[in-house]
Design a binder for this molecule. Structure first.
Ligand code: ADP
Ligand code: ZN
Length: 523
């Protein structure tokens, strides 16, 4: 007991001494202890919750050098600069270093001076890097942004999938994987690929209680945007657009409307890009209009709004980006403009990708579209997507503040659940809805599902209606998604109970944005 207590004191004093913080946040202390004990550790924490500290502090305490694998050069530089400012010897190895600099970093690592060595996965795979790392004393390997491992995420980086093999070539080292994006599916994929089934998993709640979520139809968007930004005049905000051209256009639009806005995208000269980023961080500019490349590792606590001018590619991406708002725990407004045209456009982008990748991005886009269309509490939907149960409505999103009328859906829920059971729990939304509507498509008939008693029982409504019902049934925990077979719906015990003894249940009707826009036009 006493030893543990002493260790705790040591950790706290190190936290204060190096980083200047008096308290650990959330799971940090437990995670750090786990790493110090040399155990494999899997950390799932929302953006801004303080993941970096989880490996930075143990790196300082343990003997030797910790390797940190990080996907972006800008991200590495940011962290290394910050650590150096704290008086910690942290260095990076990537393509930006000269031969002489590389040699110096290697020398300092072998002599044990470097406590944290940041490397890009591309550098890690080089034979010369491996040879050098075998000579150094390595304490553990941290894999930051570990969702890059998963093909099911939004940031897949093929070279990330080779990391485990490379670590094994360096030695028998503890691994700590960290990510802010873990749907249960991505989580499973990361653990499998890193062969860390036995790892201690620390998953924090993804609920960002201070963020207000709102979705609006993409209609007269420029006018809406200007009005919104002006309402938040003088406050920091990010506007995400999908293309560089759009970024330029919107930054210009805001400028001519007296908003201190600057563009940020990969097509800009790196000096301009850096200058614009700095201007935003130093508050010389209020708004940064950016492609999604912006924000990874950017640590600005007082971003008051995050706007998605274009519909995002996935809920993971959307959540990560909105997560950059209100990091200080104060106000954060997240506004997304949605149009189904955007979804179709995005689908076309992945036309030339390999089939699995294409199918996956299509699924992610479908999830995005259903999120936008749904009148269910946004927070409930988001947290459910990340595998977290959230029973009540949050009262702090557009759908909670302006609720749509609900309808009694006891019969519909029973029908949906029965259809899942009768089709042997092997299908997703579209199939279940097709059976209910009585659509005799190729799949329905080839499985003989046109012979089921539920076939056509819901023909008074369309596929969309039933998709919406089934989603809400899923959100309420009567169904579950099969993690291994993305999209396949299974019935839960709660669902079976409902079929046995149904009760009154209220569901929402999806938004009809076309109708809303038409009404708006009339006004
Ligand atoms: P993440 O990687 O999870 O997005 P960061 O590691 O960048 O988050 O941390 C977010 C912010 O929280 C940083 O400014 C960091 O310095 C700060 N932070 C981390 N841990 C603590 C702590 N224990 N007390 C106070 N601030 C902290
Ligand atoms: Zn809500």
């Amino acid at each position: 007991m006493e030893i543990i207590a002493k260790e705790d004191v040591k950790l706290k004093s190190k936290l204060k001494e190096v980083f200047g913080y008096s308290q650990f946040r959330g799971n940090q202390e437990a995670i750090i202890n786990n790493i110090i004990e040399g155990k494999n550790t899997f950390v799932i924490m929302p953006t801004g919750a303080g993941k970096s500290l989880c490996y930075q502090l143990p790196a300082l305490i343990l003997e030797g050098t910790a390797i940190v694998i990080s996907p972006l050069i800008a991200l590495m530089k940011n962290q290394v600069d910050q650590l150096n400012a704290f008086g910690v010897n942290a260095q990076f190895l990537n393509s930006t270093l000269s031969k002489a600099e590389t040699n110096r970093v290697k020398k300092e690592t072998i002599s044990g001076e470097v406590k944290l060595l940041y490397v890009a996965p591309e550098s890690l795979t080089k034979e010369e890097t491996l040879e050098f790392l075998r000579k150094a004393k390595i304490s553990f390997v941290a894999i930051d942004e570990a969702h890059c491992i998963s093909e099911w995420g939004h940031d897949f980086r093929p070279e990330y999938r080779r990391i485990r093999g490379i670590i094994d070539q360096i030695g028998d080292l503890p691994i700590i994987a960290l990510t802010a994006t873990a749907t249960p599916k991505v989580q499973l994929d990361i653990q499998k690929n890193l062969q860390m089934d036995e790892a201690s998993v620390f998953k924090s709640s993804f609920n960002r209680t201070n963020l207000f979520y709102e979705v609006r139809p993409k209609h007269k968007t420029k006018k809406q945007l200007i009005k919104y930004v002006k309402k938040h005049k003088g406050k920091s905000g990010i506007v995400y657009c999908l293309s560089r051209k759009k970024v330029e256009e919107i930054a210009e639009l805001l400028k001519v409307n007296d908003v201190k806005a600057l563009p940020y995208h990969a097509g800009l000269d790196s000096h301009v890009r850096m200058a614009n980023q700095d201007a935003f961080l130093n508050e010389d500019a209020d708004v940064i209009v950016a492609t999604i490349a912006f924000g990874m590792g950017i640590d600005k606590p007082d971003v008051r709004f995050v706007i998605h001018y274009d519909t995002p590619k996935s809920i993971e991406g959307y959540y990560q980006e909105t997560g950059r708002g209100g990091r200080d725990g104060l106000e954060g407004n997240c506004l997304m403009f949605y149009s189904y045209d955007d979804i179709i456009k995005l689908e076309k982008f992945s036309k030339d990708k390999p089939v699995t990748e294409r199918d996956n991005s299509k699924l992610l886009l479908q999830e995005m579209a259903s999120y936008a269309d749904s009148a269910v509490c946004r927070r409930k939907q988001l947290l459910h997507y990340f595998g977290e149960a959230y029973e009540k409505d949050c009262g702090f999103c557009d759908n909670c503040v302006n609720p749509k009328e609900k309808f009694e859906a006891q019969n519909e829920v029973v029908m949906a659940l029965k259809t899942v059971v009768l089709t042997e729990q092997r299908f997703g939304f579209d199939h279940i809805s097709a059976v209910l509507v009585g659509l005799n498509n190729q799949y329905v008939s080839s499985y003989g599902h046109d012979q089921l008693e539920v076939f056509g029982k819901g023909k008074d409504h369309d596929i969309q209606y039933w998709n919406s019902v089934v989603r809400q049934v899923l959100l309420s925990g009567y169904l579950d998604k099969d993690i291994e077979n993305f999209g396949v719906l299974k019935i839960t015990q709660k669902g079976l109970d409902f079929i046995q003894s149904p009760h009154s249940i209220q569901l929402c009707i999806d938004h009809n944005f076309d109708e809303e826009v038409a009404k708006e036009e009339e006004r």
